[in-house]
Design a protein around this ligand. Structure first.
Ligand code: ZN
Ligand code: ZN
Length: 358
């Protein structure tokens, strides 16, 4: 899968003759080829597409990249020189660059060396990546199915005495075992009082009876991320734990019910936040309802108080309200949804009823 043609189709609208991509996520989106680190440049003009990289990646790039000219950069043939050659050949006078990613030092170097004029154009890529095509959705769903398979097995390991780190390690192993290319992010496993920290780091703490265990994890498949959170109980729950769990679940369902194309992201957040506030827990839900998911685990658009733009058809966002009671416990439930014209589609299959493990 590559998106050279999709990028090319946006050049005129953004007032540039070419797009220069150095950010790894954008290069992957354009070319379908992952080269870790900083070494690789994709360059899309109105006539051609180019992918340049160094000797460590050139063979793999040659095999993976289609619809673009793949060439080698060397000490005597810098990326700037390659960009100048291609610009001359294709009549490029204005080059869009990733103003939200490029470092000040890189920008200075390119400005000095390039013959064409540079123009900030991250928005071209953000706008494209925000709307997923069917191939991208298939990859996202594939990643989700791997995570769900890991989840269904990890329940066998969650019992009093097992540490958060052991659960995190097993989740990682299971996702790799079932076909993940990598983790979307380091798994979060938080039990008992640790659960009140939304992004707790798995610790040596042993899981105990009467506690919630929150697991937030995801993997990468065909370059696309999954993201999910399930909170399960061990042994038994108090009345308040039960209330909080079901409040979070109702809030998530309210947000999902409000999510459809044309609705501002903040309205989706507010629909969920209202359920939590009405239940008296408004002060304990501090983060946004959802974030875009795709090549990166956090991307546009958002379903948060600050995102006032309407959600587009084909956007993929998480739905993850939570309630966090400091020093006591926390609950978060997270699915990923696809925004459609008349509503949204929850790509998750894992049950969300309160699960109390023995
Ligand atoms: Zn998550
Ligand atoms: Zn998330």
């Amino acid at each position: 899968m590559n998106h050279f043609a999709a990028i090319r189709a946006q050049l005129d609208r953004c007032g540039v003759d070419a797009m220069l991509l150095t950010n790894e996520a954008n290069r992957f989106y354009a070319s379908g080829f992952h080269s870790t680190g900083t070494d690789g440049v994709a360059f899309v003009t109105k006539k051609n597409a180019y992918y340049w990289t160094d000797s460590r990646y050139i063979e793999a790039a040659g095999q993976a990249v289609t619809d673009a000219e793949v060439a080698l950069t060397t000490v005597g043939r810098s990326y700037a020189a390659l960009i100048n050659e291609a610009s001359e050949r294709d009549g490029v006078e204005t080059i869009g660059f990733e103003d939200e990613y490029m470092t000040v030092a890189e920008l200075r170097q390119y400005s000095e060396r390039l013959h064409a004029t540079l123009k900030p154009a991250t928005a071209l890529m953000t706008g494209l990546r925000m709307v997923k095509d069917e191939e991208e959705l298939a990859a996202l769903i594939g990643a989700q199915r791997i995570a769900e398979r890991a989840l269904s097995e990890i329940y066998n390991d969650i019992r009093p005495g097992v540490t958060e780190k052991e659960i995190a390690a097993k989740l990682t192993y299971l996702m790799l075992r079932y076909g993940a290319e990598n983790m979307s992010f380091d798994p979060i496993v938080a039990s008992g009082a640790n659960g009140s920290k939304p992004h707790a780091v798995p610790s040596e703490k042993q899981i105990a009876a009467g506690e919630f265990v929150t697991m937030d994890f995801g993997c990468i498949y065909h370059g696309y991320c999954s993201d999910m959170t399930r909170t399960v109980a061990v042994g038994h729950v108090s009345e308040e734990m039960d209330t909080v769990y079901h409040t979070v679940l109702r809030a998530q369902l309210a947000g999902i019910a409000a999510a459809k194309a044309g609705v501002p992201g903040c309205d989706v957040h507010n629909a969920a936040a209202k359920v939590i506030a009405d239940a008296g827990y408004g002060a304990y839900f501090g983060h946004g309802f959802g974030h875009g998911v795709g090549v990166e685990i956090h991307e546009s658009p958002r379903a948060s108080t600050t995102w006032t733009e309407p959600l587009p058809v084909g956007a993929v966002i998480s739905a993850e309200p939570g309630i966090y009671l400091p020093g006591r416990f926390g609950v978060r439930i997270e699915d990923v949804i696809v925004i459609r014209g008349d509503g949204c589609e929850d790509i998750h299959r894992a049950p969300k009823e309160l699960l109390i493990l023995p």
